[in-house]
Design a protein around this ligand. Structure first.
Ligand code: ATP
Length: 334
């Protein structure tokens, strides 16, 4: 059965002054999914998210939310939509008030029994049980972030839009927040769209990821598909280092490049100390210990540097031979 769409974004374009930020962007967001939006700094991620929240308008195109256009018009005094909660990186909390007071304030419009039930539910989802009596000033960054999200979810919006929600958090707090957001997504059926620069956040949380490249959403698919089959070089690079074959190498290995570019991840290259059939001669330029592996940068020929992962340390100037399996080659558009 086809998934129902909560957002339909059609031919959306946005410029600031004369600069085009988004050009003819079209995609859908499935109801109940967790979608990550990624892209280089300045790619237009926040702009797109604010437009989904009805906070800024477009130059052309449309955003359809549940059958209605949500692009703001000049006569909207307060832009935005009550079913869509947009959260920037700042926490909108009531200072010198407790966690519980912050939660109940977000539920003022409701009767006591609903408020009580909702406070319990949000407290559980966002793991606030042990800090309900704490004043906001006593909270850690992660706790503030969770309380801020719980407040945003109080009125049961259909969509939560999060602009880089994990950046200020350490690993443990990020992990707690991943769990909380997954619980909110499942228990409250909230559609979540979040912006990130971190691949681990995409893999941990997202059902799909959309990649903004050169003013457009160049690819939107499962994290696995986008990682394994990026359709362009910039997308591949957002997911980690990739070595690109030049024409001589393509010829030498009889590799046919239908889309234009062929790449290979550093961990799909093996370092040998002796020449083998179909191996590439290279000279080590530098070697860095990275925790689980050594990152070796080597020169294959003048102006062609590749990165390789190795189990062992290598010395600058050492001659090495690189081998690979053709099944690991990644075809991309330039
Ligand atoms: N209100 C505005 N007026 C003029 N230019 C703007 C405005 N808002 C954003 N921009 C510009 O639009 C471009 C895209 O900005 P945006 O914040 O959407 O990018 P981003 O992908 O979210 O970046 P980052 O990852 O660095 O947060 C940037 O060049 C930014 O300077």
């Amino acid at each position: 059965m086809p998934k129902s769409k909560i957002f339909k974004i059609a031919e959306l374009s946005k410029s600031f002054d004369e600069t085009v930020i988004l050009d003819d962007v079209s995609f859908d967001i499935n109801r109940g999914e967790i979608l990550a939006i990624t892209g280089r700094s300045g790619a237009g991620k926040s702009t797109l998210l604010k437009m989904l929240g009805g906070l800024i308008g477009a130059n052309s195109g449309d955003i359809d939310f549940d059958g209605e256009s949500i692009l703001p018009y000049a006569d909207h005094l307060v832009p935005g939509h009550e079913e869509i909660k947009y959260m920037a990186q700042d926490f909108k909390l009531l200072h010198r008030r407790t966690v519980l007071e912050n939660l109940t304030e977000a539920l003022l419009a409701f009767n006591d029994s609903f408020t009580e039930e909702k406070v319990q539910q949000l407290t559980k989802i966002f793991r606030l049980q042990t800090i309900l009596d704490y004043s906001v000033e006593q909270l850690s960054g992660g706790e503030k972030q969770r309380l801020s999200m719980a407040r945003a979810m109080a009125t049961e919006p259909q969509v939560l839009l999060l602009d880089e929600p994990f950046t200020q958090l350490d690993q443990l707090n990020r992990s707690t927040l991943f769990d909380a957001l997954r619980a909110a997504n499942q228990e409250l059926s909230t559609t979540i769209v979040f912006i990130t620069h971190q691949t681990d956040e995409i893999f941990q949380l997202a059902d799909r990821v959309g990649v903004l490249v050169k003013m457009n959403l160049k690819q939107i698919d499962t994290p696995e598909k986008v990682f394994l089959q990026p359709n362009n070089l910039e997308t591949a690079e957002l997911f980690g280092k990739i070595n690109v074959f030049n024409e001589q190498l393509l010829d030498a290995f009889h590799i046919d490049s239908k889309k234009g570019l062929i790449g290979l991840r550093p961990y799909h290259l093996k370092i040998r100390t002796k020449s083998q059939k179909n191996s590439l001669k290279a000279s080590v330029l530098s070697c860095k210990f990275m925790g689980g592996y050594y990152q070796v940068v080597c020169e294959l020929e003048k102006n062609l540097k590749w990165t390789v992962h190795s189990e062992h340390a290598h010395k600058a100037g050492e001659q090495i031979f690189l081998s690979f399996e053709k099944s690991h080659l990644i075809e991309m558009n330039g």
